[in-house]
Design a binder for this molecule. Structure first.
Ligand code: SF4
Ligand code: SF4
Length: 303
């Protein structure tokens, strides 16, 4: 099933020190509403069945968002909105917004939550937003961004104490988070397979990866092209037909690193997106891996 992260605008109403979306040039862009509507129709025709409206903060253009959700609903597309909950100042405000989102056909709200977000948005507002979803019968979950340090324990305890549905999301060290201090990481030998959900930026550039991949500025390996020059179906096909991306999805980053000569004890010290960047934002390594995946030798490298 095709899905996509949809960046309608890069504008946000708070400034988090861990923001992965920050630093993507140009800094503050927005699509035309009519263009966004046309693109959603085009995505529906291309077989896209899920759209996630993502960073900047989609509620900054709330009326536009409602129209885009209606387009998704008409096109049979599951819609998710990722938000920082700044709008949920009290229960009444949260419920009023949820009623409008539900009428527009919203499928799911994803509430961003972390010790960085909560420096600017009181955590009670995330609770208001979650309770409003429950009251309106709209699915939700809390995306608990964490670096797995003990500092995050009280934040996790708050979610548990209030019986909120949450999933831990590993902090991605890209964008503004690139400068944050990293604790050493030692994991089991994980496959680190990646589904590679594409991302559409406000300037209509489409990337094969919705997280750190748009920051691979040396090789631009995940840049699929622009909707100004190609159709959505063509750009999806570009991602889906790439032998190297096939390996990322099916064999995983760890197996590719092993093929590239990384020792196992080095592989287990890297986070997934960091390892990905080491492999694919280096022109020489990328060229070797692209050639190996085109020949099929990378695909036959098994643990
Ligand atoms: S992490 Fe989300 S809420 Fe925070 S600045 Fe970035 S887009 Fe805004
Ligand atoms: S592992 Fe690579 S492809 Fe997957 S999300 Fe991270 S940067 Fe993107």
């Amino acid at each position: 099933m095709r899905t996509i992260a949809f960046g309608y605008s890069s504008r946000c109403n708070i400034r988090c020190s861990h923001c992965v979306a920050a630093g993507e040039p140009p800094e503050s862009t927005k699509m035309e509403l009519a263009t966004a509507r046309e693109i959603i129709n085009q995505l529906a025709e291309a077989g896209v069945r899920g759209i996630s409206f993502t960073a900047g903060e989609p509620f900054v253009f709330f009326d536009d968002l409602l129209e885009l959700l209606e387009c998704c609903s008409k096109g049979g597309i599951y819609s998710r909105v990722v938000t920082n909950s700044l709008w949920a100042r009290d229960r009444d405000q949260a419920e009023a917004r949820l009623a409008r989102l539900r009428r527009a056909g919203l499928s799911q709200l994803r509430l961003s939550y972390s010790r960085w977000h909560q420096q600017q948005v009181p955590r009670e507002q995330v609770l208001h937003a979650a309770r409003a979803c429950q009251g309106a019968g709209v699915d939700y979950f809390v995306s608990f961004v964490t670096d797995f340090s003990a500092e995050d324990d009280p934040y996790e305890a708050y979610l548990r104490d209030h019986d909120l549905r949450f999933f831990p999301e590993p902090l991605i060290y890209a964008g503004r988070a690139d400068g944050l201090e990293r604790t050493p990481l030692f994991t089991d030998y994980q496959e680190n397979r990646c589904p590679m959900n594409p991302y559409l930026a406000p300037d209509l550039t489409m990337y094969a990866c919705c997280d750190a991949g748009s920051h691979f500025t040396t090789t631009k390996v995940f840049r699929l092209g622009s909707l100004r020059d190609s159709t959505a179906a063509e750009l999806f096909a570009r991602s889906e037909s790439s032998p190297l991306f096939h390996c990322i999805r099916n064999q995983g980053i760890s197996t590719i690193a092993s093929f590239a000569g990384y020792r196992a004890r080095e592989i287990v010290t890297h986070r997934k997106c960091e390892l990905c960047k080491k492999l694919f934002d280096d022109p020489q390594t990328l060229a070797a891996l692209e050639a190996a995946s085109a020949r099929g030798t990378l695909q036959s490298w098994l643990r």
